[in-house]
Ligand binder design. Sequence first.
Ligand code: G6P
Length: 360
Amino acid sequence: AELEKGPYAHYMMKEMDEQPGAIRRLLAEYVDEDGRVSIPEDVRAAAREADRIYIVACGTSYHAGLVGKQLLESVAGIKAEAHVASEFLYNPPLLSERPLFVFISQSGETADSRGVLVRIRELGHKTLTITNVPGSTLSREADYTLHTFAGPEIAVASTKAYTTQIGVLAVFACDCARARGVEVAFDVARELSLAANAMEVVINEKEKMESLVWEYLSSSRNCFFIGRAMDYYICLEGALKLKEVSYIQAEGFAGGELKHGTIALIEEGTPVVAVSTQRAVKHSIRSNAQEVIARGANVCMISIEGLEEAGDALVLPKVHEALAPLIAAVPLQFFAYYAALYRGCDVDKPRNLAKSVTVE
Ligand code: G6P
């Protein structure tokens, strides 16, 4: 039944809708009898011994990796870096003494990621794969696997695999913190369950998101996404999603960086989606939005309850700030979907793209 579209016109829509359920499922899988999230003891031990975590992935999974890096550093106090797999071997970082490699891959079959895994194993380092397909190549060849439990993802553009990757990374970061005696200031099991509810609220606002696409994206050739801190990573993914399925040229920028060059492209009516879910940057992202408004941009401001201002296009229900990527990702996915529909694109099978790329 999971492979049927049912009443849906597209797998992408079905899979976006499945996200709250997928987060609840992964939570149920990772919660122990005491209601705390926990990962298998051998993975925990590997994370405890590591002095640095190297995340390696491609495409959307790399964008989840950026969020994961941030969570590992801010929640667990572990040094972490995220790398694009296809560059890793050519631009190799200097490795720490006791690295742990984390491969993130929906399919578990991506050749670029596997190339790094093979090399890292030759070097004798520990490897963990976070994947939606436990029997996959990357899962079999790594020392450890964490399953994302998203269920089969058929649409080429990744949606529920991405949000569940973030969910598992949050669980992983919190468990690593506990294993290292670092106190986590929030109950991740509870917050993930609240985030799932909040995602559902957003998903039920489809008409609103569809009308925003009409208002901001219907006649544009290009679009910019701006955000700061964690929101920056969400913008990279929002832009990728839009490009993949609607072919609108889109770029995600750190809020403060647009003015250092790309602002030259802003003209009357250029759509800019601005994301504000992080308290520390609530003023600075607003001033970045003002900078582009002053040059004629049509700014679609997406904020979260507590940081909203009058006139925001969409206000997301409140979730814990560390998990805000889970909810901020959702409207950007819907933007991509509706933009693709308006433009008559093949939503589930965009031109030139493959679900799983097994060549380097
Ligand atoms: C392909 C897909 C992308 C995906 C990337 C990584 O390019 O089209 O949607 O993000 O591969 O895939 P993976 O299965 O390793 O997560």
